[in-house]
Structure formats: structure tokens, C-alpha cells
Design a protein around this ligand. Structure first.
Ligand SMILES: Nc1nc2c(ncn2[C@@H]2O[C@H](COP(=O)(O)OP(=O)(O)OP(=O)(O)O)[C@@H](O)[C@H]2O)c(=O)[nH]1
Ligand SMILES: [Mg+2]
Length: 688
């Protein structure tokens, strides 16, 4: 592989809705350019960037992948991102590491949820972009319909720069509105080769319409140009191309292109347009540009754990040059890393390179302590780059190992997977005795379980996450706890009378010492307090901590020889267990504040669903193009909400939830939780 200078590099993220055709397109571009030897396909599991066993088996992308197309003395780094929203974190990382994007739309569909999501991220990053209408050979492919949809639902800034000759099975050529060249494809075309010909009769009307739109759009990015155009003057082709590139860079124009990667139609034109119209790292909107001679700055945007190779680190160089074997400074982890066997990725294959210039994307294996989002720099000029803002975890589940004894392996495996995929987190809750995972949805969790099994030999399954209930008291009661044991020598004796009373929510626990006349010696009173607190950790309804109450110790007795701290602690425990059930104990359940954003048309269904989850709707308000619903919903009812919201809103709704507080659970919930507890712990109780 040649070494490319900054100006001869294009970093392009391929993004779009799930199954739009991104991976197939990236594969075809690398193949047609000659940089990849095989024209792969999803069906055969042979594409350049969907090479992991999971991706081949499931026939869709899961992780971002990088390929290369060398074209017209330029190296195009093709970053292929998955489209399914469970893997939006990967698309986010891809877009953050690119200087431009090709947004891919399926010619039989149009704008979909995934298209809107990535478009939004492109907008936030001010990324110059092209829109590629793919799968033009498919039955029911329709260029005009897609264009109308795009104009109405995505952006008015999109203008066709190419139009197809024929749709679906008839698709056999492409007219370039800038060069007026018509490319005609023969059946059996393998590497995108074409004949040029005159504008076919069938494309004349479309040509007239779109050509005018294009020139008008280009002219209106530049006042002087517009004036001349409106004055009836012909604009030169050079002027037009120059203005178009400027319009693309500023985001005022998004050229729409067309083709079929399966047939390799339109691939050469797209490669050329990427080189001509999209910015190099030097022209990209990066603060400070991409100077080659500045101190090194690189950012790790992906870590892949590869069988037989170990961890492979993918990074984007922002400034400076790197040579194979160079040592770089990882500022986040305070560690020097040696970049041995510096490489670039052609799909799964690692191609060694002697050096990389500012703006390029490289890979290196077996680093000591480098993780996604770390920055490479020099010790003298430490830099910390902004981390990739991954989308938040919206779904939680419990995980259980199928075979006892695999718990340690589970934790180690989950830790490794989190490093590969920062949108996934896990924790062990000692209160709930459960490992919890948090991520983007069920498809995401399925992949994680699959990887646990394949890579780490851990057999695990998803379980419902347990809920951290609490208990409290609603009434007052009093009673005695007496611990007495006389067996031979020295005995045990502790005796206390206590009163329990409720306190306001969140007020916590309070102990009141009302012992008079030394009926319990002072030194034993703290032991009574400890006993009560210890007993309250396991409440009386379903074994959950009992909170927000006052305990008053007001009477008791002791024995000169047999009394000790231990005995009074036992007395406190016994007193609590006797009195608490009489003080009208109730179950408290955690509530979440849930904010849902949906398009107006789904408002009714989403609110209905929240109500059926015992949610209390606080209100709705407009939020940009969407409507925001605020509600308070019991945590126990939020299980699988991400999946349900997705299906109600066809993926258009998003939500956020956070802990809100505890409230008394309704009687039926209390009964159910108590019954579950009795079933699970019945045996332990008997043993005590
Ligand atoms: N006929 C035809 N089929 C295509 C074309 N491009 C892609 N496909 C098919 O469309 C399906 C999805 O293609 P992918 O390349 O996996 O799409 P993707 O956008 O990468 O999908 P995700 O990564 O899962 O979001 C596969 O079955 C492809 O074979 C095309 O140009 N013509
Ligand atoms: Mg894909």
C-alpha cells in the first residue's frame, strides 16, 4: 500500500437505515477501485467489512468496519457503519472519525428512521455529505419517488447530480448532470465498466428538469453566480463544479447519486465524486486543520478483539505523522505505547504501512493499555480529545449464567465486551444479587450473549431485572424483645421494649433512647439500636430494607452476670421482628421519571401504553418536530419498554428515564412481590 499525504485522503462514513445497502456498497467500491480482490456479497458472507462470524451469520452489520479504495491517486477510507439503531453507537463513532458522509438510501424504500437519525448526527457535526440511492436494479426501485421523499422528509438541500436511465430491471445507465456524460452498462459488467453514449430519448425529460434544478441550486450558493444565471448567462462547467464543491463543504448542497453495487453500476462515478466533491482532512471542518508537522494527535475510535490477533486498535490521526514502531503517549492512561506493525485495515486484513500522515486512519494490534476514546499524543504536548458522545443505554436486563461456577468468567467477558462497545455497560448489584447489563435494546443484548459464548465460553441468558423495593411503616406499635439462654455456665440475657413509628419519605432511620432509671445499662443501649437496624435490612413483607421509621427504646431489664452486648443486640432484633408486623408495614416501589419524544401521530398510543404501565402522565409539550411526554412510571413496569416504544412508533420514538423516588405500591403488587419472596426464601426462613 502506498503512503498518502493529507490532501490525497478522504475519510468517508457510510451511514443509513438498516439494510439500506451500505456494506454491499463499500465492498463494491473497494473492488471496482482494484484495492480489494473480491466482489463480495452479503448472501455468501464474503463482504469486506461484515467479516465477523456474527455478521456473516445474521447477515447484517454489528460493528463499524474500515476498507480502502485507491482511486485517482487518492486513498478513500471507507468506514462502513451498521444501520440498526441498536448499534447507533457504531455509526456515531464512524461519523465522528470521518470528514464526510455518504448517506445510503434504498431505492425501493426511501427515507426511514435510521436515515433521519444519522442525518441529525451529520447536521450536528456539520459533515459535508453525498446521498447515494442504491439497489437501483431491484424491482420497484424508483428514483423520482425517492427524491420526492427526500426533499419532503429529509432536506430541501438535496439535488440530483446523476439520474438513472431506467428503473429496476430496466436500469442500465446513468446520466451525469454536471458533465452531461451518459454511462451505459452492458449485461455482465463486472467492474463498473461502461460505454458512453448520447442522452437516451427516455431520459430527456428528466434531464431537462433536474439539470435546471441543479444549476439553480449551485448558482444560489453564490450571489454573483446567481445574478449571471438569472441574467440568462451560461455558466462554465468549471465554475459550476467549483461552486458545487463549495456548496457541499458548507452543507448548502447535498448531491444525490445513484447506482447498483451488486451490478457495479455507478461505482466508478461515485468514487470520482468522492474524490472531487468531498473534503480531504486538510479541507475538513476540523479546528486547526490537519498539519503534518504539528505535534501528534490521534484518537482511538474503535477497539476490536480479533480471534488469534488480540485487541486491534483503530485510530484517526488528526495532526502529525506516525512511523511504524514509533512510540506515542496515551495521555488518558499515562502510558507510552509502541506502534509496532503499523497498519491500515482492508476489512479484516491488516496491511502494514511504513508511515501515516495527518488525517489518515490506521490500526495497530496488542497495545498495553489503550482503549476506545483514548488520545495518542506526545509526552511533551499532552492532549485530551473530546470523547465520542455515544448514545445512552436505554434498556436493561438481568444476566444469569447457565452453569454454576462461570460467574467469574462472566464478569471478565462482560468487561472485555464493554471495551469493544462503550454503549454497553454492566454492574453487579449486591443488593439484588444480580448482574445487570445496560444497552441499546434486545438485539444488542442478543449479540452480547452470543459473543460471551463464542469468545469467552460463557453460557448466559437474559432474565428480568430485579427491582429494588423498600418497605416502611404506616402505623405505630410497641412490644418486647427478650433473649434469654441459660445453659450451664454463663448465660445470655437481654430484654428491651420498643415503639416503632413512621417517618416522612426520605427521612431515614432514627433511634430514640427513652430508658430511665437504668433498667437497661447505658452501655447496652447502642446494641439494641444495632439489632433493630440489622433486622430492618430485611423487612417484614418481602425481605426488602425497611426505611424511614423511628425506633424508641423505653423499657427493659438486665441480668448482672448474663447480660452482654450480644444479648441486647439479639433482643433488638427480636423486638423489631415482633413489633414491625404490627405497625402496618407497606411495600414501597421505585418510580422513574420517564421522558418520551415521539412524532405527534403516535402520541395517543404512547400515552395509552404508559397508562397501562401504571404510569402517571405529567404533561406533554412540543419539542422541535416532536412531542415530549413526561410521566412517572414504576420501575417494575419499564421492563422491555425500549422494544415496545420501538414497535409502537416504528422506531421513531426515543426515551430517557431516571430514578424519581419511592412510593407505596398498590395492594396487588405488594401481594405479588410478597408471594414471590415467600416462594424464593421460604426455605431459608425455616432454617433460621
Ligand atoms: N439487488 C440488490 N440487492 C442489494 C444491493 N445492495 C444491497 N443489496 C442487498 O440488500 C441487503 C442489505 O445489504 P447490506 O449491504 O447488508 O445493507 P447494510 O446497509 O450494510 O445493512 P446494515 O449494516 O445491517 O445496516 C442484502 O441482502 C444485500 O444483498 C443492490 O445494489 N442490489
Ligand atoms: Mg452493513
Amino acid at each position: 500500500m502506498r503512503v498518502y499525504g493529507t490532501n490525497a485522503i478522504r475519510n468517508v462514513a457510510f451511514v443509513g437505515h438498516g439494510a439500506a445497502g451500505k456494506t454491499t456498497l463499500v465492498d463494491a467500491l473497494a473492488f471496482v477501485s482494484g484495492s480489494s480482490k473480491r466482489h463480495g456479497s452479503i448472501q455468501e458472507g464474503t463482504t469486506l467489512t461484515d467479516y465477523s462470524a456474527d455478521e456473516i451469520e445474521r447477515k447484517h452489520s454489528i460493528s463499524l468496519g474500515v476498507g480502502i479504495a485507491e482511486w485517482q491517486d487518492t486513498k478513500i477510507n471507507l468506514i462502513d457503519a451498521p444501520g440498526f439503531l441498536d448499534f447507533l453507537g457504531e455509526a456515531t463513532a464512524a461519523l465522528h472519525s470521518a470528514d464526510s458522509a455518504v448517506v445510503v438510501i434504498n431505492a425501493t424504500g426511501g427515507v426511514e428512521v435510521g436515515t433521519e437519525k444519522v442525518w441529525e448526527i451529520c447536521d450536528q457535526l456539520h459533515l459535508p455529505r453525498l446521498l447515494f440511492v442504491t439497489q437501483m436494479d431491484r424491482e420497484r426501485a424508483n428514483f423520482e419517488r425517492v427524491f420526492d421523499d427526500v426533499k419532503a422528509h429529509l432536506s430541501p438541500k438535496v439535488v440530483p447530480v446523476e439520474i438513472p436511465v431506467g428503473n429496476g430491471a430496466e436500469f442500465h445507465g446513468i446520466v451525469n448532470l454536471l458533465t452531461d456524460e451518459t454511462q451505459l452498462y452492458r449485461k455482465g459488467t463486472k467492474t463498473g465498466e461502461f460505454d458512453t453514449g448520447p442522452l437516451p430519448e427516455e431520459a430527456k425529460a428528466a434531464y431537462a428538469k433536474y439539470h435546471e434544478q441543479l444549476v439553480e441550486a449551485i448558482a444560489s450558493t453564490d450571489d454573483a453566480l446567481l445574478e449571471r444565471y438569472l441574467g440568462g448567462e451560461e455558466l462554465s462547467r468549471e465554475e459550476i463544479v467549483k461552486a458545487l464543491k463549495k456548496g457541499v463543504a458548507s452543507g448548502e448542497i447535498v448531491p444525490m447519486l445513484v447506482g447498483s453495487p451488486t451490478l457495479t453500476y455507478g461505482m466508478r462515478a461515485l468514487l470520482t465524486e468522492i474524490v472531487d466533491l468531498l473534503p480531504s482532512p486538510a479541507e475538513a471542518p476540523i479546528p486547526g486543520g490537519a498539519p503534518d508537522d504539528a505535534p501528534l494527535v490521534g484518537h482511538v475510535f474503535k477497539t476490536i478483539s480479533e480471534p488469534h490477533v488480540g485487541d486491534v486498535t483503530l485510530f484517526r490521526l488528526y495532526r502529525g505523522t506516525i512511523k511504524s514502531g514509533d512510540e506515542v503517549w496515551n495521555h488518558e492512561h499515562n502510558v507510552a505505547e509502541k506502534l509496532n506493525h503499523l497498519s491500515v485495515q482492508q476489512g479484516r486484513e491488516r496491511i502494514e504501512v511504513p508511515e501515516l500522515h495527518a488525517g489518515d486512519i490506521g490500526s495497530v494490534a496488542k497495545l498495553k493499555d489503550t482503549h476506545t476514546n483514548d488520545t495518542f499524543c506526545t509526552r511533551e504536548h499532552p492532549v485530551h480529545m473530546e470523547p465520542i458522545p455515544y448514545p445512552e443505554a436505554v434498556s436493561s436486563s438481568g444476566v444469569l449464567v447457565k452453569n454454576r461456577g462461570e460467574e467469574d468468567k462472566l464478569a471478565a467477558g462482560l468487561h472485555k465486551l464493554h471495551e469493544e462497545d462503550p454503549t454497553f455497560h454492566f454492574e453487579y448489584s449486591s443488593e439484588l444479587h444480580q448482574t445487570l447489563i445496560h444497552g441499546r435494546g434486545e438485539r444488542h443484548f442478543e449479540i452480547i450473549l452470543g459473543r460471551l459464548e463464542k469468545k469467552f465460553g460463557v453460557h448466559a441468558e437474559l432474565t428480568r431485572p430485579r427491582v429494588a423495593y423498600r418497605e416502611t411503616l404506616r402505623g405505630k406499635a410497641e412490644g418486647q424483645g427478650k433473649h434469654k439462654k441459660q445453659s450451664g455456665g454463663r448465660g445470655q440475657y437481654g430484654d428491651c421494649w420498643i415503639r416503632l413509628a413512621p417517618k416522612p419519605r426520605g427521612a431515614g432511620y432514627e433511634f430514640v433512647d427513652n430508658i430511665v432509671g437504668g433498667v437497661i445499662p447505658n452501655k447496652y443501649i447502642p446494641a439494641v439500636d444495632r439489632g433493630i437496624q440489622e433486622a430492618a435490612v430485611r423487612g417484614v413483607i418481602a425481605g426488602y430494607p425497611l426505611v424511614d421509621f423511628q425506633a424508641e427504646c423505653f423499657d427493659g431489664s438486665y441480668h448482672d452476670v448474663d447480660s452482654n452486648e450480644m444479648s441486647f443486640k439479639m433482643a433488638g432484633i427480636l423486638a423489631f421482628r415482633t413489633v414491625a408486623p404490627k405497625a402496618r408495614p407497606v411495600l414501597l416501589e421505585p418510580l422513574h421519571l420517564v421522558t418520551v419524544r415521539v412524532p405527534g401521530e403516535y402520541l395517543g398510543d404512547v400515552m395509552g401504553d404508559l397508562s397501562s404501565r401504571r404510569g402517571q402522565i405529567l404533561g406533554t409539550e412540543p419539542d422541535g418536530r416532536l412531542t415530549r411526554i413526561n410521566a412517572i412510571v414504576p420501575e417494575a413496569e419499564m421492563y422491555r419498554y425500549a422494544t415496545q416504544l420501538h414497535s409502537i412508533t416504528h422506531g421513531r420514538g426515543t426515551f430517557h428515564e431516571e430514578f424519581h423516588g419511592y412510593a407505596e405500591a398498590p395492594p396487588d403488587v405488594t401481594q405479588k412481590v410478597a408471594a414471590e419472596h415467600a416462594k424464593e426464601h421460604g426455605k431459608d426462613k425455616d432454617e433460621e
